[in-house]
Design a protein around this ligand. Structure first.
Ligand code: GDG
Length: 472
């Protein structure tokens, strides 16, 4: 590996902000996504670096610069992808932290791989960080990195942001390696969460497990040789690049596409929309059940309503995801078989990914957006829908178990487990008078505009600086 320049700001995330393109001339392309949009400008401005996996097993690539950002690839073998990523990250931590909606699998070999890979990320970050640099570690795949970094590089300012929920101690304590994970996270100066409740769960777990003093999110962590160091656990609700969504939604071609989508659907009275990674946390089955029953009960008839469900392919080699896909496809087939006609499809199910332009056209075409997550760190789709409704119309139906519910209080709130309640909420959404739609949408849009992703990263990094300054 060529040696990397010393960076003042380093992002460490499971994935690099680029994907392999398959094109020899330009082998990398920028991967879409909110995190990349938020952090790339900060990394670029500071001449910083981004440490992450390039997304393919056994791909060894030297550090390189892309669009002014120094990228440091961390290679994973096929066995490590299976054990650290698909195994421990996505089949142990993911279900456990989403309140055991699916049963977590505990394998000691997966844990060993997780420790090994976390160490590799920590070493790569330590090698590229300048003296006293700020390192921002992201998400549940890398919970051990903050402590590993602090041990090897006590000079660094270390932040960690947790994108998914942090569960109550009664659930978290199942984890055989709970103490190591808490210690890992406590290596950070600031541990950021989506919701106040997540930060509270973390602080309580630390208190229960280690008996450390935790007051108002400030945790006193003992240091070697005596005394304590402050770590802060606080909520920083993540957001989107609001302006980009507004710009896309104002484009005449995208508005025309939205009209075309409605026409292609056969101009149903109501278009309902779901957009999710195909994941058991998203409540897709509950949503389908509710919509299916509305047809069953005769509250929707032929031509009344079409649910467009985009379910982008995700984690397809993990057994729980294969099973979920089968269940969803069975359910879609049943609803369409029972209630469809030659010219009318009650549920249009799309197991693909789409370009962002098409997503915005879908947002604009939908009378109601159904976000029925059983548990979700934030749910950016809810915010994207709101940002895209430059016409001030449309209704967001939002699960109270999504982090976004804390902020988007003008949405129609649902408990997705309550199928009757969900059906009523869908009917209320499609029948909502325009005036009320506008009133609610105005408040929702203000919220998403005032708290965009740039404000989110600023808030986090300002706090990180403050905590560090208070220490030195
Ligand atoms: C995790 C947490 C937290 C989806 N399908 C397509 C597509 N998407 C985009 C959406 C949105 C993103 O993917 C999904 O973000 P979410 O927040 O809704 O959910 P997760 O992927 O589970 O994300 C979550 C998030 O991290 C950030 O902290 O909010 O709680 O689980 O941006 O638009 N984008 C395109 N085509 C698709 O087919 N272009």
């Amino acid at each position: 590996m060529t040696s990397a320049p010393a960076a003042e700001f380093v992002v460490v995330a499971n994935r690099l902000p680029v994907d392999r393109s398959g094109d020899d001339e330009e082998p990398w392309r920028r991967s879409p996504g909110g995190l990349v949009t938020a952090l790339e400008p900060v990394v670029r401005r500071s001449g910083g670096a981004w440490v992450g996996w390039p997304g393919q097993a056994d791909l060894e690539v030297d550090p390189f610069t892309f669009d002014g950002v120094h990228l440091v690839p961390v290679a994973l073998s096929a066995a490590e992808v299976a054990q650290y990523y698909e195994g421990f990250s996505n089949d142990t931590i993911w279900p456990l932290y989403h309140d055991v909606i699916a049963e977590p699998t505990y394998h000691r070999a997966w844990w060993d791989a997780y420790v090994r890979v976390n160490r590799r990320f920590a070493e790569a970050a330590a090698a590229v960080a300048a003296p006293g640099a700020t390192v921002w570690v992201h998400d549940y795949q890398l919970q051990l990195v903050p402590r590993m970094l602090r041990e090897s590089r006590p000079d660094l300012v270390i932040g960690y942001f947790h994108h998914i929920p942090f569960p109550a101690y009664g659930i978290f304590s199942q984890l055989p390696w709970r103490a190591q994970v808490l210690e890992g996270l406590l290596g950070a100066d600031v541990v950021g969460f989506q919701r106040v409740a997540d930060a509270g769960n973390f602080a309580r777990a630390v208190r229960r497990r280690f008996g450390y003093d935790t007051k108002a999110g400030s945790i006193q962590v003992p240091v070697e040789g005596g005394g304590t160091r402050q770590a802060v656990a606080r909520a920083y609700p993540i957001s989107i690049d609001t302006e980009t969504y507004e710009e896309l939604a104002r484009r005449p071609d995208i508005q025309a596409r939205a009209a075309e989508i409605r026409a292609e659907l056969g101009d149903p009275r109501y278009v309902l929309l779901g957009v999710d990674r195909l994941d058991y946390t998203k409540g897709i089955r509950h949503r389908l059940k509710a919509v299916g029953e509305l047809f069953e009960d005769g509250r929707f008839a032929v031509g009344d309503a079409t649910l467009v469900q985009v379910a982008s392919p995700s984690r397809e080699r993990v057994a729980a995801y294969m099973q979920l896909r089968d269940e969803i496809e069975l359910s879609v087939g049943r609803i369409n078989g029972d209630h469809g006609t030659v010219g009318f499809t009650p549920v249009l199910y799309l197991h693909h990914s789409y370009p962002r332009e098409e997503m915005v056209a879908l947002y604009l075409a939908a009378d109601a957006m159904l976000v029925t997550a059983l548990r979700d760190g934030m749910n950016l789709v809810a915010k994207e829908y709101v940002a895209s409704r430059v016409d001030g119309r449309g209704v967001l139906v939002l699960s109270e178990f999504a982090g976004a519910a804390d902020e988007l209080t003008q949405a129609v709130r649902v408990n997705p487990h309550d199928i009757e309640g969900l059906k009523e909420a869908i009917m209320a959404a499609v029948e909502m008078p325009i005036d009320e739609q506008r009133r609610r949408m105005r408040a929702l849009r203000r919220r998403v505009r005032d708290n965009d992703v740039a404000a989110w990263s600023r808030r986090f990094l300002d706090d990180l600086r403050r905590v560090h300054e208070a220490r030195s």
